[in-house]
Design a binder for this molecule. Structure first.
Ligand code: PCA
Length: 326
C-alpha cells in the first residue's frame, strides 16, 4: 500500500504536491556493534541516505548492538529474508567457506594499504560466493589492525598458557589454541561484562573495540601486533535487491559508495585516536617485543598454511596474485 506521508492542499491535487514522500517499504537493518562504533555510525548515515535519497520510498532503520539479531545470526536473517538488509563480519562464517576468512590470516597483510590491495583481489571471488547464497554486497569496510589485549604483561607465547581468551571467529579460536589459551566466543556487545566477571582475560581486536567497550576497566595491556584487518560487510538479500527500481538502486549504490569511503576513512582515523584513548584509560599500549613477534609470526605461518589448504584453488590464486602484485 502506498501511503502519502505529506498531506497536500486538497484543491491542488496530488500531481502538484511538492515532493510527496511515499513510504512504500520499511527496511530493518540489524548491526552487531555498539551504536557509537564507527561502522554503526556509518551504517546509520547510510540508512538515512537511502531514506532521503529515495524520497521515503524505502525507509531504513538501523538496529545496532545486536538488538534485532545477534552478530552470528545476521547473515542468515538476510539470506532467508527475515530482514532485507544487514551488516556482518563475514570472517565469522569461515566454517561455511574458507574464503570468508581471507581477512583474518595472521600477518599476511598488516597495514591498511596492503589490506586494500588484497581486498581488490578477493572481492570478485567473494561477490560470487555471496551471490550463490542469495546475498548482494553493497559496501564493506575494514576494522583497524588487530592487536592483543591482556590483563597482565605478556612477553612470550609460553606466558599465555591457560589464559581465558575472548574470540570472535574461527581464526581467533585457532590463534587461542595455538598459543595455549582457552577460547570463548563472545560478541563485542558483551565483552565488557565478560572481562569484568573474569569469563575472559584477553582478546585479539582493534583499538576501536577496546575503546568502544572501555576495556581498561578490566584489562591492562594492549600489544599492537597488527595481525590482520577484518572487514564488516553491508549485505542485501538478492531477491529484495532485484525488486528495487533502477532509480532507487542508483541511490543505494551511491549511498553505499559514500559509506564505504567514510567508514574506511574513519577506521584509519580511529586507529591512533582509540589507542590514545586506551592509554588515557590507563592501559600500557606498546608493540610486542621482537621475540614474541617472531613466535606470533610462526603461528601466522601455520595459520596461513591451514587457510590455503582449506581455501583450495581460489585461496592459492588469491595469495599468488597478491604476491605477484607486490
Ligand atoms: N572488533 C570486532 C571485530 C574486529 C574488531 O576490531 C570484535 O572484536 O568483535
Amino acid at each position: 500500500m502506498t501511503k502519502f506521508t505529506k498531506t497536500c492542499l486538497p484543491l491542488i491535487g496530488a500531481a502538484l504536491c511538492a515532493a510527496p514522500a511515499l513510504a512504500q517499504e520499511k527496511w530493518d537493518l540489524p548491526m552487531a556493534y555498539a551504536g557509537s562504533n564507527f561502522h554503526s555510525v556509518t551504517g546509520a548515515e547510510f540508512a538515512q541516505c537511502i531514506t532521503t535519497g529515495t524520497g521515503g520510498e524505502i525507509e531504513v532503520t538501523t538496529h545496532p548492538s545486536g538488538s534485532l539479531f545477534a552478530g552470528a545470526d545476521i547473515k542468515r536473517a538476510v539470506q532467508t529474508g527475515q530482514v532485507p538488509i544487514g551488516e556482518r563480519l563475514l570472517s565469522g562464517h569461515q566454517n561455511e567457506d574458507a574464503l570468508f576468512g581471507w581477512d583474518s590470516i595472521p600477518f599476511l597483510v598488516s597495514s591498511f594499504d596492503e589490506h586494500d590491495k588484497l581486498y581488490e583481489i578477493v572481492k570478485p571471488h567473494l561477490e560470487e560466493l555471496l551471490a550463490e547464497q542469495n546475498l548482494t554486497l553493497l559496501y564493506s569496510a575494514p576494522w583497524p589492525p588487530q592487536g592483543l589485549y591482556f590483563d597482565r604483561e605478556i612477553n612470550s607465547v609460553a606466558e599465555m598458557e591457560g589464559i581465558k581468551f575472548r574470540s570472535y571467529n574461527n581464526a581467533t579460536n585457532r590463534l587461542a589454541e595455538l598459543t595455549g589459551m582457552l577460547p570463548v566466543q563472545i560478541e563485542a556487545a558483551e565483552i565488557s561484562q565478560a572481562f569484568a566477571t573474569g569469563v575472559a582475560e584477553s582478546m585479539v581486536s582493534s583499538g576501536a573495540t577496546g575503546y568502544d567497550r572501555k576495556v581498561w576497566e578490566s584489562l591492562s595491556h594492549f600489544y599492537s601486533v597488527d595481525a590482520w584487518l577484518p572487514r564488516n560487510y553491508m549485505l542485501i538479500n538478492s531477491d529484495v535487491w532485484e525488486g528495487v527500481s533502477e532509480g532507487n538502486k542508483n541511490v543505494i549504490e551511491a549511498c553505499a559508495q559514500m559509506a564505504e569511503y567514510a567508514a574506511t576513512w574513519r577506521a584509519k582515523e580511529y586507529t591512533g585516536f582509540t589507542l590514545a584513548g586506551l592509554r588515557d584509560g590507563g592501559m600500557t599500549v606498546e608493540p610486542a617485543n621482537d621475540a614474541l613477534m617472531e613466535e606470533l609470526k610462526a603461528i601466522g605461518d601455520t595459520m596461513t598454511e591451514e587457510w590455503l589448504e582449506a581455501a583450495g584453488e581460489t585461496g592459492a590464486e588469491i595469495v599468488d596474485s597478491y604476491g605477484a602484485a607486490q
